[in-house]
Design a protein around this ligand. Structure first.
Ligand SMILES: Nc1ncnc2c1ncn2[C@@H]1O[C@H](COP(=O)(O)OP(=O)(O)O)[C@@H](O)[C@H]1O
Ligand SMILES: [Mg+2]
Length: 278
């Protein structure tokens, strides 16, 4: 299985739920290259899930455009899939039937379907559970099934809305590592939303900080660390502390006198220079 990612262009995206609601977010601009892993971090309520739903084609934007490989997104597609905090599996089916459901509906012949399903189940390290009912699985294993069910359709972009937040720390860290390495192996884009700074540092090529009401992208930080990334590694810790400081500065500004994004960046960068972080 080999997939290539997409070039993402989000331009001046602004959203409000209804005329009476305040803006959810405004002037969101994002560009990502093929196969890039983006993590959007922000406090609850700043509009992350709404933005992700729009990027998945599940909701309409109020203004602005989203293009994937230069084509405007106007609805859902099997080229991009979304994973949520709850795995939403079919509880009466086995692991392999859950994983193969999309291929089944797409009318794939039995043999090709079995091969692709087996390959995808191997990719997420569930080969010993293929014939089990999903009801026998742990929460982490259920999320692996959900991941395999998404990957089996060979999407170019995987959108993840805090998918590991209900899991224990050990399971969460195994999934963080595996999802990143699988995405890199396949060449697909990741766009993940979280409020967990550690998760951002472990999984992102770039971290975007979203803050304010209405939400805006106030900082864009490259997370250029080698793989595999270990939480305890001092280089990872330094990057984490840097991101935490920027996040703290950006999210404690009152929304009325929030400076422009460049000012936030400049402030954070001069601070990081002071403590010797680049
Ligand atoms: N269906 C809806 N109708 C009106 N307002 C909504 C709806 N869903 C979310 N909101 C509001 O939009 C804002 C952003 O929500 P959301 O995108 O879920 O933020 P986040 O994922 O960052 O926590 C919040 O103030 C929330 O209350
Ligand atoms: Mg949310």
């Amino acid at each position: 299985m080999s997939i290539r990612g997409v070039h993402i262009q989000v331009k001046d995206l602004t959203h409000r739920y209804t005329q009476k609601c305040p803006l959810t977010f405004e002037n969101v601009n994002i560009e990502a290259q093929h196969g890039e892993a983006l993590v959007i971090i922000g406090r609850s309520g700043c509009g992350k899930s709404t933005l992700l739903h729009i990027m998945a084609g599940l909701m309409r934007t109020t203004s602005g455009t989203l293009r994937l490989d230069d084509k405007e997104v106007t609805g859902p597609s099997s080229r991009w899939v979304m994973m949520f905090q709850a795995p939403h599996l079919f509880p009466w089916m086995t692991v392999e039937r859950n994983v193969g459901i999309g291929l089944h509906f797409a009318g794939w012949p039995r043999k090709e379907k079995q091969e692709r399903v087996a390959e995808t189940i191997r990719l997420v390290n569930l080969e010993d559970y293929a014939k089990n009912s999903v009801q026998d699985l742990s929460g982490g294993q259920e999320q692996r099934v959900a991941l395999a069910r998404s990957l089996v359709m060979e999407p170019e972009m995987l959108l993840l809305d805090e998918p590991f937040s209900a899991l224990d720390a050990f399971t969460r860290s195994a999934l963080q590592r595996d999802v990143r390495s699988i995405a890199k192996e396949l060449g697909i884009n990741l766009v993940m939303v979280t409020h967990d700074i550690d998760e951002a540092v472990l999984m992102a090529d770039r971290a975007l900080i979203m803050a304010g009401a209405p939400g805006r992208i106030v900082h864009d930080l490259s997370v250029d660390l080698d793989d595999p990334r270990e939480r305890e590694d001092p280089v990872v810790q330094t990057k984490r502390n840097h991101l935490m400081q920027i996040f703290h500065d950006a999210s404690h500004l009152p929304s009325d006198d929030k400076p422009s994004s460049t000012e936030v960046v400049d402030e954070a960068m001069s601070e990081s220079k002071l403590v010797g972080i680049s």
